[in-house]
Unconditional design. Structure first.
Length: 91
């Protein structure tokens, strides 16, 4: 995650981890904090692209964690009020 958040290219990926629990989630967030990877609602902003971030979703019902990038693209023409549409490419 740290590398992706610092590169200027849009590289798409999707990682699914199974068998994770609340303790694993807490350990994950602790390690993110150690690497100074701040987040808002488990969205980690790119340091090189203001419109990109990594989303982390935990699904406690099936003990799964998903990690994937999200790119916000302008949804209107230049000069209009800012409006963004979310783009996620799922392989």
């Amino acid at each position: 995650m740290k590398t992706w958040l610092e590169i200027p290219e849009d590289i798409f990926f999707k990682i699914k981890l199974y068998g994770v629990d609340e303790e694993w989630k807490n350990d994950f967030l602790h390690e993110c904090n150690n690497f100074r990877l701040g987040h808002v609602n488990l969205e980690f902003p790119s340091r090189s692209r203001s419109s990109a971030h990594i989303k982390v979703k935990f699904h406690p019902d099936n003990s799964c964690c998903e990690i994937f990038p999200v790119i916000d693209l302008p949804a209107r023409e230049p000069g209009q009020l800012a409006c963004y549409a979310r783009y996620f490419r799922d392989f």
